[in-house]
Design a protein around this ligand. Sequence first.
Ligand code: HMG
Ligand code: MG
Length: 303
Amino acid sequence: MASLPSKVTIVDVGPRDGLQNEKQMIPAEVKVELVDRLTDAGLPAIEVTSFVSPKWVPQMADGSEVMARIRRKPGVVYSVLVPNMKGFEAALPTQPDEIVVFGAASEAFSQKNINCSIAESIERFRPVVAAARERGIHVRGAISCALGCPYQGEVKPEAVGYVAKLMKEIGVQHCGVADTIGVGTPHATQAAMEAALKHYDLADVSGHFHDTYGQAIGNIYACLEMGISTFDTSVAGLGGCPYAKGATGNVATEDVLYLMQGLGIDTGIDLAKVVAIGQWISGVLGRKAYARAGNAIAAKLAA
Ligand code: HMG
Ligand code: MG
């Protein structure tokens, strides 16, 4: 058997990637409670919000308020997405521990999501990365559509490698490889990860899987076999990207925690608490959680 990492870092991106796609406006109060409860459950890192154009993503317009109201636990990394200097300047007073610049391995998606080419996006990120690093703020990069694009179709690992190299050159410290539309399968995932690993150390590469085609758990296992030990997940499987029609949410945090528990991998997170959070937020949104293990555990507790 392959030896797997003994510890894994789970980044809950639900408050941002999850909620950004909700049609109904969610009060800041609910967003704050979600982040606070995830903190309490032991999440070591939480993606709280984004500082993007409110015309493009109205749901995230209250980012400053949410960041100001959350209760921060020392040691937990609270991150925010920023697409350009305007976003960075808005984010700075909220004192994020980490910022996330987000590019794409597909030209078509880059245009739809951030209204510029891949090369232009890197030029927009360059001053953002420099300004963040000057202030000691950690910089993560996300590469969307690393395993397929809703507009362009196939995406080759070389395209992932190309963006990873550009991000590395401008000082981005961590490379998140994202399957935005959840089409990847384990071997394709490993190829995309290999491409990123040509430019980043193992500890600085993570996987971000949407579960649209039900492949996320398999893809995470494929990453574990390579020694990758950081994954983005979303409580209750919340989410989707507004610029990737039909794409469902991130793999549920509950399901990934159940996997890690079964594999004997330490995450430091209380699964029962996360299950309760998933049931609660799904109730607030008026639907059932998209978390297989979460719903099963909740049903067992209720019986
Ligand atoms: P643009 O229209 O090209 O920008 O949008 P612009 O610089 O020409 O500015 C146009 C207007 O937007 C101006 O306002 C700016 O001030 C304003 P106006 O003068 O017309 O009133 N503006 C901003 N306002 C607030 N915050 C800002 C900002 N920047 C400009 N930061 C832009 C370019 C990037 C801003 C736009 O395309 C945008 O906001 N896109 C957001 C896309 C987004 O949030 N997508 C979802 C997150 S990515 C994701 O989910 C994928 C991920 O999960 C990984 C995966 O799964 O793949 C990370
Ligand atoms: Mg995403």
